[in-house]
Design a protein around this ligand. Structure first.
Ligand code: SF4
Ligand code: SF4
Length: 377
């Protein structure tokens, strides 16, 4: 692939009437408060083109993509909507790494993703599915960081980010290396595990992309409990976006969208939300903390010490649904997901042997919680 020197200083598009913009950490880029996660694009190529193109017209200037999503078709689904509009938008690429990843293979991956998307360069490229135990693959001589630095020198990549699901303290250590300009983490009202990492990112000037702001659709279900706790009489989805954006260290809420309706609703919500006038971040956190306190220390930390269950039950997943119902009032969401649980992992297989309770460091009454869940399903 011919190396091009991109106009890295080009201004990003903005539509100040419809969209709000925030700083992406120390990069100097102004990113739309709503960004577009491309992992849910459908097989309808016409619709994909329309949604992506309309998002840009509405002022969305960041699209998160990788080759792996959508059965390997994600970037092919994104590309048509970008035609004629690539200047002034951020499209991030992403690739995972393993012990065999070399600078050469990672460079080829960057070039391939650029080619599929029809871009001259990435404003930022993410090391995906990353964690502390993979840092050595990144840092080794002839490894991924060498490829990224060379790609920066050649004008193919401007900034470097990472994303993954490692422990918050490990993510904090990773951003403290100084290698990364951006961090993409799951963050929403019912999953605030990365809040300390996000705060540290703010101190270090690392841009934060909050993914899963509506918890993969769980927060699309109504909850009077959340309304009362946050003192907001709004649909849960709107409260969810507002909560994420009320965190001053979050640069953008990255929502996986696939329809015009989702896009229109999200653009409207972000436009209507003025963080300077709305309830403060601390106030919202206090409301959520009060809900959690009602549950005391009976929260499953997903440590998975109780696994494997001899009957195949996915214990942490069921306890997450139980918590969403009991703590956050998301009863319909819990019921729906119980129905969608694969038969081999379902709590219906539980014979109440009690082995999991013996292994649980938090002394959770798992069988009692499962009895309640069974009644819900
Ligand atoms: S009590 Fe149920 S969930 Fe726990 S280990 Fe036994 S079969 Fe599995
Ligand atoms: S051992 Fe306890 S806290 Fe850990 S995942 Fe299992 S139920 Fe949750």
């Amino acid at each position: 692939m011919a190396v091009t020197r991109p106009a890295n200083s080009e201004a990003l598009i903005q539509n100040d009437e419809l969209m709000r913009y925030r700083s992406l950490g120390r990069t100097g880029l102004r990113v739309s408060a709503l960004s577009f996660g491309c992992m849910r694009l459908s097989e309808d190529m016409g619709l994909n083109e329309q949604v992506i193109s309309t998002a840009i017209d509405n002022g969305v200037n960041y699209f998160e993509s990788t080759r792996g999503y959508c059965g390997g078709q994600c970037q092919q689904r994104v590309a048509p909507g970008l035609v004629g509009k690539t200047r002034g938008v951020i499209v991030s690429g992403k690739a995972g790494i393993n012990p065999d990843t070399t600078a050469f293979s990672f460079r080829k991956e960057i070039e391939l993703q650029l080619e599929i998307l029809g871009l001259t360069h990435f404003k930022f490229f993410q090391v995906g599915w990353f964690g502390w135990n993979r840092a050595s693959h990144l840092l080794k001589r002839g490894g991924v960081l060498d490829a990224l630095r060379q790609a920066q020198d050649d004008g193919l990549v401007q900034y470097i980010g990472f994303t993954g699901h490692d422990k918050p303290e490990n993510f904090t250590k990773l951003i403290e290396t100084g290698v990364f300009d951006t961090l993409t983490v799951p963050y929403n009202m019912i999953n605030r595990a990365y809040e300390p990492t996000i705060a540290r990112a703010g101190e270090l000037g690392v841009g934060v992309v909050a993914m899963c702001p509506v918890a993969g659709g769980v927060l699309a279900c109504e909850s009077d409990t959340l309304k009362e706790a946050l003192q907001m009489d709004l649909p849960t989805t709107e409260m969810a976006l507002r909560f994420v954006l009320s965190n001053p260290n979050v640069s953008t809420a990255c929502s996986g969208m696939s329809t015009m309706e989702q896009l229109a609703q999200n653009v409207k919500t972000v436009n209507a939300f003025d963080p300077d006038e709305a309830a403060g971040f601390e106030e919202l956190c206090e409301g959520l903390d009060r809900l959690r306190e009602t549950f005391g220390d009976r929260i499953c930390t997903a440590c998975r010490y109780c696994q494997p269950c001899p009957k195949g039950v996915d214990i942490p997943r069921h306890l997450e649904l139980y918590r969403n119902w009991q703590v956050f009032g998301l009863e319909d969401a819990a019921r729906e997901r119980l129905k969608g649980m694969p038969a081999e992992k379902s709590l219906k297989n539980c014979d109440a042997c009690g082995l999991c309770e013996e292994k649980c460091p938090n002394d959770l009454e798992i069988r009692a919680a499962f009895e309640e869940l069974k009644r819900l399903g």
